[in-house]
Design a protein around this ligand. Structure first.
Ligand SMILES: Cc1ncc(COP(=O)(O)O)c(C=O)c1O
Length: 412
């Protein structure tokens, strides 16, 4: 059986591999091509989101950074964001000189706690970043009631692209949103992100910044194009071998050593520093990958809902509403803290590699927390959940039979 990895390029299908291979041999089209692929990708995303301005770049972290700059956020301002998230999306607040203020989560939805939000809003609050965790929508109208009309609500659609909340497209409900097309997200161009913003003046500022931003280096583009191809080669042979000495592990080890697997979080980001090469423009080659995936967005999300329904039947953690149109980027499950390693072992023996978002506050080592402005105890629910969470795969690389098998062998 082909192993199921929750994180290793889970959205990649044969046509994506073919495209990546073709692009790999067309370096003259990597940064810019005569089809203006970046513009076309932006148009496609904008059209899907009811015509809001869509501006492409290298990542969601850059998108949030440029958006904060365009809003004029700086020293003395506060930006509220969830601690049950990733540090890369908190860093841009520090890069513009503002203060990140972390809001706790609701233990049932993993989304921001409205009660805690009420306590954290001050006169200095300028922006609230709202993450629809694992695809479950935040009640944005209630957030608006709490923060008032002058605070910008920015949706982080990293987990929820393509979802609907009360009939409205997630990502078009707040003032703006930031999207990522990273490897493990709803769709993937390996690296990439966009700002979606209604305000034309803000859009123009961001466009002028990104137009003068540097290009990705050719090496980075090559590494990005290689990533899905390498995982495609490694995955089927990952467990072939004796014990831990397997062909796939050896291949992956060598590829990492050669630096061709790419890294998603640079060392300096753990110290809240901005890598010098970002923000960068989205390369055409990655826009091509992104467009190919974006065409499959609704199919991917329908599949995720179907798989989540199988988990739901067994575990009953959520009400998977098959009529609603939000997705489940991953299916979250809370288990006894001591049980996690046993579950990972059981499932990995059966060739399933589960996920661990977010096993730490801001997915960060303890040594980064103070730099990120987080003190232990600031968000107790998020800390409690982080000790218990595991994530089950829902992407197109897991079939309904495999999902059914997984729930039976988990030992929960
Ligand atoms: C919730 C969330 N938002 C945003 C991001 C950042 O995306 P990018 O890697 O495109 O900067 C991540 C990355 O892991 C994330 O988990």
């Amino acid at each position: 059986m082909r192993p199921v990895f929750i994180g290793a390029s889970p959205n990649t299908e044969k046509d994506d591999i073919k495209l990546a291979l073709k692009l790999l041999f067309q370096p003259w089209n990597w940064r810019e091509d005569k089809n203006n692929s970046v513009d076309r990708f932006e148009e496609m995303v904008s059209e899907y989101h009811d015509g809001v301005n869509a501006i492409a770049m290298d990542s969601a972290r850059s998108a949030f950074y440029l958006l904060l700059k365009a809003y004029g956020i700086g020293p003395g301002d506060e930006v509220i964001l969830p601690s049950f998230s990733c540090l890369v999306i908190a860093n841009p607040v520090i890069w513009v000189g503002a203060k990140p203020v972390y809001v706790d989560i609701d233990k049932e939805t993993f989304n921001l706690s409205l009660e805690d939000l009420k306590k954290k809003v001050t006169k200095k609050t300028k922006v609230v970043l709202v993450q629809h965790t694992f695809g479950l929508p935040v009640e944005l109208e209630k957030v608006r009631e709490i923060v008032g009309k002058d605070v910008k609500i920015v949706e982080d659609v990293a987990h929820s692209l393509g979802g609907l909340y009360k009939g409205q497209k997630i990502g078009t409900i707040g003032d703006a949103s930031v999207a990522t097309f990273g490897i493990e997200k709803v769709i993937s161009s390996v690296r990439g992100g966009m700002v979606l913003v209604k305000d034309d003046r803000i859009a123009e500022e961001i466009i002028s910044e990104i137009k003068s931003a540097p290009h990705f280096s050719l090496v980075r583009i090559k590494i990005a194009l290689l990533n899905p191809i390498l995982w495609w080669l490694i995955t089927p042979v990952y467990y072939i071998g004796i014990g831990k000495a397997t062909i796939g592990r050896a291949f992956s080890f060598v590829a990492h050593k050669l630096g061709i697997m790419g890294i998603m979080i640079e060392k300096c980001e753990y110290d809240t520093q901005k890598p010098i090469w970002i923000p960068a423009r989205m390369p055409s080659a990655l826009a091509r990958l992104g467009m190919n995936q974006f065409r499959k967005l609704d199919r991917f999300n329908n599949h995720r809902r179907e798989i989540a329904g199988i988990y739901e039947e067994k575990f009953g953690a959520f009400k998977v509403d098959q009529n609603s149109k939000h997705n489940y980027l991953r299916y979250p499950l809370l288990v006894k803290p001591g049980n996690r390693s046993k579950i990972y072992r059981n499932t990995s023996k059966n060739h399933f590699v589960l996920g661990n978002w977010y096993k730490n506050i801001l997915y960060a080592p303890d040594s980064s927390l103070a730099k990120l402005g987080y003190k232990n105890g600031d968000t107790p629910n998020a800390e409690w959940v982080a000790e218990r969470i595991i994530n089950l795969p829902t992407a197109v690389n897991v079939s309904t039979d495999e999902a059914t098998h997984l729930v039976n062998i988990m030992g929960v």
